[in-house]
Write a protein that binds this ligand. Structure first.
Ligand SMILES: Cc1ncc(COP(=O)(O)O)c(C=O)c1O
Length: 360
């Protein structure tokens, strides 16, 4: 599919909103029969965005289709991309940015170690991402500012493009707004019933915002529940409502015949208790949820994002009597094997000195 569903629904947007196809859609929806039996929920589903493209899975693919297209349309070729050491957003910008001939300047900050962290850094390196290490989170804005000045294009009189942390902005929300048209088609085709609840990871809330906007615009009964996996200052109900409002403005400005929708923080449902106190910290609940769905559903989750979301969803379903409801878990983590992106001749020693300690 080269034309996004969004442009079929609002043809005016094709002229105003840049888009580069990267994914393989629709991603499948599957019934989680065994988990459903275990929990007493006969209508429990998963949307397999972990396999969202032939290259790389996860939620960043749908986001990059709009974000890197906006970068290309701006005529910029250098992007500043801040993120944690194992950032999926730097990884996706690196892989897709490499295809488009962009230079990605990574501004990396520390995170709790995870099994994928070093692998992602090595792929970033292979994709030509520039490595800049920041010791303290308080210094991140200064390093970003420094990189903006350093990469100023004097020929075009342009600052570099900015890829926000976790890839979230009104433009990013378009990725999952677009995905909701795909889901709606799958519902119409009888592949799954209309969900009463969608559970999705919230890192900055862009993905969740896109889904919630879709449910509203498409007149669905669905309640979107975000599971926060970052600090409260980075992700909360107010931020998600603000992304939603900016996305509506952006779409209306682009010519979409949308009503002037306004979202308030009270419109947003978010679970905060499964974060674990620190980004990427591995919690017992996440480990247990990861093990459970791996054993009974053969689904692979990660401990930073999707296993925390699964743990929160399981607890929510146990605490509320929703057994007659349709529940959808939106899988957002890549499960495609990425080893083909690794250059066997490169190792941790090939990264700048401040990064080498993570490879010991
Ligand atoms: C695997 C995965 N799932 C979910 C999210 C959350 O996305 P958002 O920042 O749009 O809330 C992220 C963000 O980095 C992610 O990497």
């Amino acid at each position: 599919m080269s034309k996004p569903e969004l442009f079929l629904a609002y043809p005016q947007l094709e002229k105003t909103i840049p888009f580069i196809p990267m994914g393989s859609y629709p991603t499948t929806v599957e019934k989680m029969t065994k988990l459903g039996e275990k929990l007493g929920y006969p209508s429990l589903w998963v949307k397999r965005d972990d396999l969202s493209s032939t290259k790389l899975g996860g939620n960043k693919v749908r986001i990059m289709e709009f974000l890197l297209a906006a970068m290309k349309a701006s005529g910029k070729t250098v992007a500043i991309s801040p993120g944690a050491l194992g950032s999926n957003q730097i990884l996706a910008s690196g892989i897709y940015g490499h295809d488009l001939g962009f230079k990605i300047v990574g501004v990396f900050f520390k995170q709790c170690p995870t099994d994928y962290m070093c692998k992602h850094m090595m792929i970033d390196k292979t994709m030509g991402v520039e490595f800049n290490h920041v010791n303290s989170p308080y210094l991140v804005p200064f390093v970003i500012l420094y990189q903006f000045l350093k990469n100023f294009d004097w020929g075009k009189m342009q600052f570099p493009f900015y890829i926000p942390t976790f890839g979230s902005s009104a433009t990013c929300a378009l990725g999952y707004f677009n995905a909701m048209f795909e889901l709606k088609k799958q519902i119409a085709a009888g592949l799954l019933p209309e969900p009463d609840y969608i559970f999705v990871t919230a890192g900055t809330g862009g993905t969740m915002a896109g889904i919630q906007l879709g449910t509203k615009v498409l007149g669905m009964k669905t309640k979107t529940v975000g599971v926060r996996i970052t600090d409260y200052v980075a992700c909360n109900e107010r931020i998600v409502a603000s992304i939603l409002n900016r996305a509506v403005k952006h779409l209306r400005k682009g010519g979409a015949a949308l009503p002037e929708l306004r979202f308030k923080k009270s419109d947003i449902s978010m679970i905060h208790e499964f974060f674990g106190g620190e980004y990427a910290k591995i919690t017992d609940e996440a480990l247990a949820a990861k093990k459970l769905v791996s054993e009974i559903e053969n689904l692979t989750l990660d401990t930073t994002y999707t296993a925390k979301t699964m743990a929160a969803m399981i607890k929510y379903l146990k605490d509320h009597d929703l057994k007659d409801k349709n529940i959808l878990f939106w899988h957002t983590y890549n499960t495609k094997d990425l080893t083909r992106f690794l250059d066997k001749n490169l190792g941790g020693k090939d990264l700048p000195q401040p990064f080498q300690c993570y490879f010991k």
